[in-house]
Design a protein around this ligand. Structure first.
Ligand SMILES: [Zn+2]
Length: 441
């Protein structure tokens, strides 16, 4: 397909202003990278600068390594303290555990004593009951005796003393006395026995009371012991808590050191990454230097005169050459292409100078070897054309283009001090003067 967008325009004489010009000689004081392409020295300087930065990064990595080591030492120190403190917590745990066993033991004894005391109290109550019973028997017996005496008195004509005092004969008196004596004696014997039993029971009761008192005393001792053990246990729990707090605090320190180390290691790793990236950049710059040296070799005259038809890559409205191809000794700069600028050129269509295949269509912002957005078309036979500093790229790699097809728009990406087209024609990768192929309209 032939040109669909290319329109041949007449040259507009004087149709541009000085303000819109991009003139390479005017940029010689503009700093290290004043024009599109820096000099070999510029790039060498840049490489050196990057290497210095990398040296600084290596120093930083060493410093970070020192910091990591000191943090590591502190970490190990804290780890030891933490271990010791954990052992102390275990130790107090054991002490508290055994103290609790002692307390339980003592409480069991107190409970046991409670039971014994209750038992003794039961026995005391039992004894009291028996005493009461015996006392009741005694009272009963006394009552019965009194009844007998009363009966005897009722059945005689005299009272008891009368019987004894008033007997007419000794027999009568002796029989009466004997009976009375007999009864009295038996009764006394019985009462004595009761009295003895009561006394024995009272003694037994006293003994039980003593026993109960002893048990209560023992129990009181155990209660005191329990209180003592409990306060000892409380003290141990306090120490245990203190140790646990210390463990927590050391653990916190440990974690802090660990995260500090991770952070420092991350910084180191970032620096290593930056060094790697910079080394790749250095490699790319070195390759660029190599390419520049290659490009400095002028192509043979015959190649420039091969008679092929090449098209002006812009509308004929834009035809001001702002920088020519070749080495400029004043600037120590080798310009591999032809710069074309003109008033209002920004955004203008860029046409493929000849049909071919797009082999590079770089539409990313940034350096790109100073080209910014750029396109390379392979025309076969070792010929390629290059269009740089574009503001937009319309084609993609692998795409077939016809002569005059729009590749993109004029811009100022990459190393450009203003909008212009940097146009190159290369033979087998070596730059040649494009103006040997195209005519300036
Ligand atoms: Zn240029």
């Amino acid at each position: 397909m032939k040109t669909k967008t290319f329109v041949k325009m007449k040259r507009a004489v004087g149709g541009f202003t000085a303000a819109a010009m991009v003139i390479c000689t005017s940029l010689s004081y503009g700093g290290v990278y004043a024009e599109d392409e820096p000099s070999v020295d510029d790039i060498e300087n840049q490489i050196q600068q990057i290497e210095q930065e990398n040296d600084q990064r290596r120093d930083e990595i060493d410093q970070l390594g020192d910091e990591i080591s000191s943090n590591q030492a502190a970490l190990e120190n804290v780890a030891e303290l933490l271990d010791n403190q954990k052992q102390l917590v275990d130790y107090y745990n054991n002490l508290v555990y055994y103290k609790e066993l002692d307390i339980e033991d003592t409480q069991a004894k107190i409970a046991e004593l409670d039971k014994s005391i209750e038992e003794v109290k039961g026995q005391i109550a039992e004894a009291e009951k028996q005493v009461d019973e015996l006392e009741a028997q005694n009272a009963d017996n006394l009552e019965k005796f009194a009844e007998i005496v009363r009966a005897m008195y009722m059945h005689s004509d005299s009272d008891l003393f009368g019987i004894l005092a008033g007997s007419d004969n000794f027999y009568e008196m002796s029989v009466g006395t004997e009976v009375l004596n007999n009864i009295t004696e038996k009764n006394i014997e019985f009462m004595d026995r009761l009295t003895d039993d009561i006394k024995r029971l009272e003694d037994y009761k006293k003994e039980l009371e003593t026993q109960r008192q002893k048990l209560s005393d023992t129990q009181a001792d155990y209660i005191a012991q329990e209180e003592k053990l409990t306060s000892e246990k409380d003290e141990l729990v306090g120490l245990q808590n203190d140790s646990q707090s210390a463990v927590d605090s050391y653990q916190n320190d440990y974690n802090n050191y660990q995260s500090a180390i991770s952070e420092l290691e991350q910084q180191q790793s970032d620096l290593h990454y930056m060094i790697n990236v910079s080394e790749e950049e250095i490699a790319a710059l070195e390759e660029e230097v190599r390419q520049m040296i290659l490009a400095a070799q002028k192509p043979p005259e015959s190649e420039l005169q091969d008679g092929m038809e090449w098209m002006w890559p812009l509308s004929t409205d834009y035809h001001m050459i702002t920088c020519n191809f070749g080495y400029d000794p004043d600037m120590d700069r080798y310009h591999r292409g032809t710069d074309i600028g003109d008033g209002g050129i920004y955004g203008a269509n860029i046409y493929s100078t000849k049909g071919g295949t797009v082999i590079i269509a770089n539409s990313s912002y940034g350096w790109n070897g100073g080209y910014g957005m750029y396109v390379v078309v392979d025309h076969g036979g070792g010929y390629t054309s290059l269009y740089a500093h574009m503001s937009a790229v319309y084609v993609s790699e692998g795409q077939e283009v016809a002569q005059g097809d729009v590749l993109g728009a004029v811009g100022d990406t990459g190393w450009a001090t203003g909008p212009h087209l940097h146009f190159e024609i290369r033979i087998n990768g070596d730059a040649t003067d494009a103006l040997g192929y195209v005519n300036v309209p």
